[in-house]
Design a protein. Structure first.
Lengths: 88, 401
């Protein structure tokens, strides 16, 4: 019997969450233009997956978990986020 | 010393109060309960213990059973020892949290003061509430007497929190017949129970702390990992059976009382026929078996204590070679038109040495009805007739004859 988890139940640690990388479901992704981003954080507030974090120059999505829904691009007041098709 | 502190004494107690002393003796960290008939006096007794200064857990009064279980899930994740109790629709109302508790392997102990389940509405005794959730992942132990309720709560913590098991446990007792009827009960001394539960202190259990947070209930996991958790939980159920027998033996050594582990066999060894009971009708059945033995009939009795996981190996061992088995069921499985324990025994037919015993079911005691001496005599006579080769109905609804 091969086990992937060292735990007895559906438990994990924040560093190694043993979950599904929901980013694999994505067919399009957000790309932030750093020069247009005002770092207001609006995208991060609205992101349904809670996967947008502030980086040095702009906010951007963690592509392991971003499902490409496009809400961030829709709410961005500075139109700094473009939605780009994933290449097959 | 408070006059309700009966630890170390022998007293007359009803099942709810006996259960409450079991809880008191196990020193839970968090108790979250919502009252429902017939479990309410157990909860009231716990509050009385708290008011008298005997009992010092975090006592939470939630707005319903679902929240009660959810609170215990959180408390268990933080490493606490937890307790709740419910009945009937209260159990239904906590259903999704009940599933979460088992799936997350949280060793919660919950008493069920068993009561009929809607519909029709019935506040009276039945086993329908507990047996309906038999495949929700909890260990379920059914009790015969007020003493056994108390003792089983103590054993339940040893089983649930064992690091080889980590499963929640139901201690089930029939409403009114046990919850509100009084019997002689020996209440152990605190030090005895502390010693009995002491091995749990040395057992590793993961817990969520602010310094070292864990993720519990990872809610989206890949299919392989999902399957792995299911497999591990099945394996834990498998281990729980032998473990429960061991715990019962150790309990007997320390407290002088054994309840048989997974099942209790009574005069089965040389028996030609056996009747199978679960819960409080066992006491009456034992008396009728004795009488029938005096009349020369080789009849024995098996009390199913551990309903989940199924004590199938021990049942097969005890019933191999018997001519006929009569099952007394205080519940109904609509799909099979019989009681739940009958379905369980039917699934064992392929495991018996041939010829397998003839199986008969007797549905009785529904809606709070008595399971009487006469009815049990009828069960034994019908089972004996089947053993002698007479045709008998497979399922008999005793109250409707």
């Amino acid at each position: 019997m091969k086990f992937a988890s060292k735990f007895e139940g559906p438990w994990s640690t924040p560093k190694d969450p043993l979950d599904v990388k929901t980013g694999e479901w994505r067919s399009q992704r957000p790309v932030t233009k750093a020069e247009k981003c005002r770092q207001c954080g609006w995208c991060s507030i609205f992101c349904p997956a809670g996967c947008i974090k502030e980086e040095e120059r702009c906010f951007s999505a963690d592509l392991d978990y971003c499902k490409g829904c496009g809400v961030c691009a829709r709410v961005c007041p500075g139109k700094a986020i473009a939605i780009v098709r994933e290449e097959a | 010393m408070s006059n309700i502190d009966l630890r170390g004494q022998i007293r007359v107690l009803d099942g709810n109060r006996a259960g409450a002393y079991g809880v008191l003796l196990c020193r839970p960290d968090v108790v979250a309960t919502y009252p429902i008939t017939p479990q309410t006096p157990l909860v009231e007794t716990l509050y009385k213990f708290e008011a008298e200064g005997l009992f010092d857990p975090e006592m939470v009064e939630p707005e319903g059973e679902n929240s009660a279980m959810a609170i215990l899930i959180g408390a268990c994740a933080a490493g606490g020892r937890t307790f709740t109790a419910t009945s009937s629709q209260g159990l239904s109302f906590m259903n999704d949290a009940y599933l979460l508790a088992a799936g997350n392997r949280f060793p919660i102990v919950m008493a069920i003061g068993m009561r009929e389940q809607v519909s029709p509405h019935g506040v009276f005794a039945g086993q329908q509430d507990a047996v309906l959730v038999k495949d929700h992942g909890w260990i379920q132990i059914f009790t015969e007497s007020c003493q056994e309720i108390l003792d089983t709560i103590i054993m339940a913590y040893r089983l649930a929190e064992d690091s080889d098991i980590l499963l929640p446990v139901n201690v089930c007792y029939e409403g009114f017949y046990l919850s509100h009827h009084s019997q002689r009960v020996e209440i152990p001394r605190q030090a005895e129970v502390d010693d009995f539960l002491a091995p749990l202190k040395g057992m590793e259990r993961l817990k969520w702390t602010l310094e070292d947070p864990m993720v519990f209930s990872s809610y989206t996991v890949p299919a392989e990992l999902f399957t792995e958790y299911r497999y591990k939980m099945c394996a834990a159920h498998g281990r729980a059976k032998g473990k429960f027998d061991e715990i019962d033996r150790e309990f007997a050594k320390r407290f002088g009382r054994s309840h048989g582990g997974q099942i209790e066999e009574y005069r089965t060894e040389d028996a030609d026929i056996v009747i199978v009971t679960m819960g409080c009708s066992t006491g009456t059945a034992r008396v009728v078996v004795d009488r029938k033995r005096d009349e020369g009939l080789k009849v024995g009795l098996i009390k199913v204590r551990m309903f989940r996981p199924s004590p199938r190996e021990r049942l097969v061992q005890a019933l191999n070679g018997k001519k006929a088995v009569g099952v007394i069921d205080r519940s109904v499985c609509y799909a099979w038109n019989c009681g739940h324990n009958f379905v369980e025994l039917k699934t064992l037919l392929g495991d018996f040495e041939q010829p397998a015993p003839r199986l008969l079911d007797f549905v009785c005691g529904l809606g709070g009805g008595d399971i009487t001496d006469h009815q049990i005599a009828r069960v034994i006579d019908t089972t004996a007739a089947a053993a002698a080769g007479q045709r008998q109905a497979e399922v008999t609804w005793l109250a409707l004859e």
